[in-house]
Design a protein around this ligand. Structure first.
Ligand SMILES: [Zn+2]
Length: 68
């Protein structure tokens, strides 16, 4: 299958640069995590959002450390 790499799904231009913005992930109206968004520099379409890998959110739902 053909994989089209590096083209904006909106405007179809090659994506050689992206706008990276810091945004805040909201859960139930409360800011929970720092996120990053990537948007096309040509048409500003958001192409991706991810949790900021440098942030260290404390997730209570994560597995607690096994205590003996
Ligand atoms: Zn675009």
């Amino acid at each position: 299958m053909a994989i089209i790499q590096g083209e904006c799904p909106k405007c179809g231009k090659r994506v050689l640069h992206v706008n990276v913005e810091h945004i805040v992930g909201m859960v139930d109206g409360t800011s929970k995590a720092r996120c990053l968004s990537y948007s096309c520099i040509h048409c500003n379409t958001i192409m991706g959002v991810q949790i900021d890998p440098r942030s260290k959110p404390r997730l209570r739902s994560s597995k607690p450390p096994a205590a003996s």
